[in-house]
Write a protein that binds this ligand. Structure first.
Ligand code: AMP
Ligand code: MG
Length: 402
């Protein structure tokens, strides 16, 4: 059986970034990869700019500290100064306004005492350039300000707006279809009958897709019959990634792998040495001009969640154009913990930062169906196979999921 690391490598080997597309600039581009170099269409700031509310002065006038100056004008942001500051004069100025000619410093208002409408007592000896940002200091027209390949975060999106880049070439976000399977699975709005269970997985997985940067598509519930699985899988294969929950174990009605294979999905692995999540399936469908990546996740909610974070999330990141992020950190165990398991186990846990670095505390958990237990967790601590007394202070790998 493959280890988690080996299985992740198999996913990584098949993933290629999606082709770029042009999109209107909006906050929805958050997280996408820029696919062109962006050039500034202006100088920033476009003029010599005041960084404080106060008075624009000639620093030479104030070499010896306090002095009373004549107020000649008032300039707020959006206005243009009309007068040159001559020796012995000052212009009242607001943050963001253009610096008047003649001035070479701005004294903050807290250091100024207004004597009357025409006079201000400056109690400061500003150095030249104090509280001024000169034209083009941030960037110059024609300069490349964002290079192809960067991830668009809020600051990059704001900068694109600054330079008027209203149409942006980015790598598309992968479309991810989610199909739940199972005869016993009913919609959240229903009260489950005997032997039934509400479909928690679809919404959970769709939320994980959104968190990972994919575009979630809910493709409903397929029953454990060929005539129900086939159309659901055919529709799911229209997406870049198809995520199925349930139907991949060794039961009589676990038909998902066989329907995938008859649908042209080439299996890369089926089963990984881990707990929860051992029956996980991964395969690839080659279409004429594109590929779909298919993940069959076990139906128990915590298995589905852990498998998503270990295998599907890196696939989404890869299609977005990023190297698969390693979300494992080393953390010290906060307290002694006895744990017996027959496979490497991802156990729900609280990861926190302490004065000694990352610290991890396993949270109470009753196994792969127990999704409620995971609501007290923000991570999964990795325990090795065997019957062990884990000691406080020992170091473990921890999978971050937030
Ligand atoms: P399976 O992997 O199909 O054998 O499913 C394992 C268990 O997961 C089943 O016994 C169900 O109780 C549960 N399960 C399957 N699908 C879902 C789902 N969509 N939402 C919540 N639980 C599920
Ligand atoms: Mg099932």
């Amino acid at each position: 059986m493959l280890s988690v690391r080996e299985a992740q490598a198999k996913v990584r080997e098949r993933i290629r970034p999606l082709t770029p597309e042009s999109w209107p600039l909006s906050c929805e581009l958050l997280g996408l990869q820029l696919a062109e170099d962006v050039v500034s269409d202006l100088d920033m700031p476009p003029f010599d700019k005041a960084l404080m509310d106060g008075f624009a002065v000639r620093s030479a006038d104030l070499e010896n500290g306090a002095r009373t100056l004549k107020i000649i004008e008032e300039v707020s942001a959006g206005k243009t100064p009309q007068k040159t500051v001559q020796p012995g004069q000052a212009t009242r100025i607001m943050t963001g306004a253009p610096l008047p000619a003649g001035a070479d410093a701005v004294v903050m208002i807290e250091r100024c005492r207004i004597v009357d409408a025409d006079a201000v007592r400056i109690e400061d000896a500003p150095r030249p350039e104090q509280n001024i940002l000169r034209q083009g200091r941030e960037m110059r027209v024609g300069q490349v300000i964002l290079a192809q390949g960067v991830r668009l975060r809020p600051q990059e999106i704001g900068l694109l707006a600054t330079v008027g880049k209203t149409q942006v070439k980015v790598r598309s976000a992968p479309k991810v279809a989610v199909v739940a399977t199972g005869d016993e699975v009913v919609a959240p709005a229903e009260m489950p009958g005997p032997g039934q269970i509400r479909n928690s997985n679809a919404l959970m997985l769709l939320a994980q897709v959104a968190r990972a940067g994919g575009v979630p598509h809910n493709r409903g519930i397929a029953r454990d019959r060929l005539d129900s699985l086939r159309p659901h899988i055919a529709e799911g294969l229209l997406a870049d990634i198809l995520v199925l929950s349930g139907g991949v174990s060794a039961g009589k009605l676990d038909l998902v792998p066989s329907v995938l294979e008859e649908s042209g999905v080439e299996a890369e692995f089926h089963k990984v040495a881990m707990k929860p999540g051992k029956p996980v399936f991964f395969g690839v469908k080659e279409h004429d001009e594109r590929r779909s990546f298919v993940f069959g996740l076990p139906g128990n909610p915590v298995s589905a969640m852990v498998c998503f974070e270990l295998f599907v999330r890196p696939a989404i990141q890869g299609l977005l154009g990023y190297p698969p992020e390693i979300r494992l950190v080393k953390a010290t165990l906060a307290e002694d913990f006895h744990y017996k398991t027959d496979r490497q186990t991802y156990h729900p846990a609280q990861l926190s930062i302490s004065e000694h670095g990352w610290q991890v505390r396993p949270t109470p958990w009753f196994g792969s169906p127990d999704l409620r237990g995971v609501t007290a967790a923000n991570a999964f601590v990795v325990f090795p196979e065997g019957d062990h007394h884990h000691r406080a202070g020992a170091v473990y790998d921890v999978l971050q999921v937030e």
